[in-house]
Design a protein around this ligand. Structure first.
Ligand code: NAI
Length: 335
């Protein structure tokens, strides 16, 4: 019996994400929470013949807590997306930090042991917001809090296939992406791709620059093409559902898995060795992790970075520090 809850379920990401979770055979209960239209989305999905029982919740009468009650996994695409000309950071100042703090408080009350998957941007700052609220409530478990950067990994795989000239699904490139989830903080480890990327592409600075730029700023392609109607929703839903599936299969299906996610590396997290590799004591970073029955079983080494990637690492670290600080020091306004 696995209960999943989506917060922000009526949104551009929330709806297709909820559909994909409804189709996940491991999920037996699916609770949908949003400030609008959650009941309609739930009624719609409930007609699909799959095991998950779907229910919808709106804010009145502690709707968030009722939706979250007893959840094993919570996935959060709540908030506002970017419009052309906006950075992910602009969203933090607007509204998303407050929404994340409120939802974190509700999780602390209703399902403190749940796996928490944060999609709301800017992930580099919203994950620290979650951690701080959970710490204050005395229920923070660093093994169970994930900033979802999986779309960057999906994009890296797709864009590498395009450059190599093979269809994505046939070539099956797996490219680790570490760092954060915004612009230059996104650090694709092309040198660790499996299978290896042809050396003539890696050695050609112009080609490599273009590939790295596309992975780092792929989100902007979608924002621009949608021309004011939002940012990536369908690809994000697919990536979010896939990441949730990995977490659930490791927790409830006995299948461990190595993935990358933006996680806490501070005290008692087992992240000290990887902090040494990064070269600073940043408390959050997207790193390779081994998933298991209790969430993050192990934080793994970054592996060998080539000289090009060492350069990218410096730029990522420089930008991540202030973003983390902004999230960790955010003061929610009193309810
Ligand atoms: P959207 O505006 O279509 O949907 C957001 C939903 O959140 C709406 O249905 C809204 O009613 C709901 N919402 C607002 N306040 C809420 C609250 N207090 N509690 C519960 N729900 C609330 O936006 P979209 O496109 O679905 O994006 C959602 C977030 O995901 C944005 O912050 C966006 O930047 C982020 N995102 C993250 C990505 C990643 O890779 N991590 C990729 C793409 C988007």
């Amino acid at each position: 019996m696995v209960k999943a809850c989506v917060c922000g379920a009526a949104g551009g990401i929330g709806q297709p994400l909820s559909l994909l979770l409804k189709l996940n055979p491991l999920v037996t209960e699916l609770a949908l929470y949003d400030v609008v239209n959650a009941l309609g989305v739930a009624a719609d999905l409930s007609h699909i013949a799959s095991p998950a029982q779907v229910t919808g919740y709106l804010p009145p009468d502690n709707g968030a807590e009722r939706a979250l009650e007893g959840s094993d996994i919570v996935i959060i695409p709540a908030g506002v997306p970017r419009k052309p000309g906006m950075t992910r950071d602009d969203l933090f100042v607007c509204i998303n930090a407050g929404i994340c703090a409120t939802l974190a408080q509700a999780i602390a009350t209703a399902c403190p042991k749940a796996f928490i998957l944060v999609i709301s941007n800017p992930v580099n700052s919203t994950v620290p917001v979650f951690a701080e609220v959970l710490k204050k409530a005395g229920v923070f478990d660093p093994k169970k809090l994930f900033g979802v950067t999986h779309l960057d990994i999906v994009r890296a795989s797709t864009f590498v296939s395009a450059v190599v000239g093979k269809p994505a699904e046939a070539s099956g490139y797996t490219v680790p992406v570490i760092g954060g989830h915004a612009g230059v903080t996104i650090l694709p480890l092309l040198s660790q791709s499996k299978p290896a990327i042809p050396s003539d592409i890696l050695a050609d600075k112009e080609k490599r620059d273009a590939l790295v730029y596309r992975i780092q700023f792929g989100g902007d392609e979608v924002v621009k093409a949608k021309d004011g109607a939002g940012s990536a929703t369908l690809s994000m839903a697919q990536a979010g559902a896939e990441f949730a599936k990995f977490v659930l299969e490791a927790a409830f299906g006995g299948k461990s898995k190595v993935v990358q996610a933006y996680v806490y590396l501070g005290a008692d997290s087992g992240g000290a060795a990887v902090q040494k590799e990064i070269g600073t004591e940043l408390e959050y970073f997207s790193v390779p992790i081994e998933l298991g029955s209790s969430g993050i079983e192990k934080i793994l080494s970054l592996g060998k970075l080539d000289e090009y990637e060492q350069g990218l690492l410096g730029a990522a670290v420089k930008e991540l520090g202030p973003s983390i600080e902004k999230g960790a020091t955010f003061q929610p306004s009193p309810p």
